[in-house]
Design a protein around this ligand. Structure first.
Ligand SMILES: [Fe+2]
Length: 277
């Protein structure tokens, strides 16, 4: 590891941490059979998140017959999976800055693309042995968090980075490594680890652009990310500048027609969810 890589990781770990509720929720749902009342209890420990969740639950989108006034009631009305999706999307939105100048992307655009990734990952996880769908959803939302940690360094090397992107000879994570000394997958994984997220999530973030040696979650996240980049392009300098592994996608064993349907549904769900924020 070069000195500059260590400096980047130190900088990333020093950025403001997400609220503790992220770690508590992610560690809770790592158990497939998590308890709804425990989920509600954890959400209630964060007043800001609780208020946001109730606002979304009471939005026109859900069309509830009567106003929901508590997290417990919202969990009953909307179901634990939906409550979790709303909570995780809210935490990820709060984590994302308004603009990432190095990547030339609005935080909102990056968040939406990762929300599409999250819905795709959850749907794929339901078809793949050994992957927990809520963990897949959460990892999809967080997979590019390293861009927040790396952005200031990309800004410094922006002209060189842009020239390498124009040449189209290397994938963007290679360009990150050669220009600033670390890629956003490594940086994101270190950030997630410093936030005490489960090891399986950290591993999937670390390998989401290099999935060949990873486990089932890594494969699901890589494929979901590759598809989301093609249907929810953000206009960032790294749009479609990564390698998508056809072998990993084939290994998932999801038929092309089913994949098309999953993609359309994920895009629709993310668009609907975006409306409520
Ligand atoms: Fe990425």
């Amino acid at each position: 590891m070069t000195t500059s890589t260590e400096q980047i990781l130190e900088h990333a770990r020093g950025l403001p941490s997400p609220p503790k509720v992220l770690s508590a929720l992610t560690n809770l749902i790592a158990d497939d059979d998590y308890d709804t009342s425990e989920l509600a209890r954890i959400i209630k420990t964060d007043a800001g998140l609780s208020a946001r969740l109730l606002k979304v639950a009471n939005s026109a989108f859900y069309g509830l017959a009567s106003r929901v006034g508590s997290i417990d009631r919202a969990a009953v009305m909307l179901g634990r999976e939906e409550i979790l999706r709303i909570a995780m999307a809210a935490v990820a939105a709060a984590l994302t800055p308004e603009q990432l100048r190095g990547y030339d992307v609005a935080g909102r655009g990056l968040w939406f693309k990762n929300l599409v990734t999250a819905h795709l990952a959850e749907a794929l996880a339901k078809r793949v042995e050994g992957v927990c769908p809520p963990i897949a959803f959460t990892t999809g939302l967080l997979l590019d968090v390293g861009k927040i940690g790396l952005d200031a360094f990309i800004v410094e090397e922006r002209e060189v980075v842009l020239e390498l992107v124009r040449q189209r000879e290397a994938s963007f994570d290679d360009i990150e490594r050669t220009t600033v000394g670390a890629d956003h997958a490594l940086v994101g994984s270190c950030m997630a680890s410093s936030w005490s997220l489960p090891e399986v999530v950290c591993e999937a973030i670390a390998q989401h652009h290099r999935p060949s040696s990873g486990g089932a979650l890594v494969g699901v996240i890589h494929c979901a990310d590759s598809i989301a980049m093609s249907v929810a392009a953000t206009g960032a300098i790294d749009d479609l500048a990564y390698e998508a592994s056809a072998e990993v996608l084939a290994h998932l064993g999801v038929r092309a027609t089913e994949l098309d349907l999953i993609t359309l549904r994920a895009l629709a769900r993310a668009s609907e969810q975006q409306e409520t924020y």
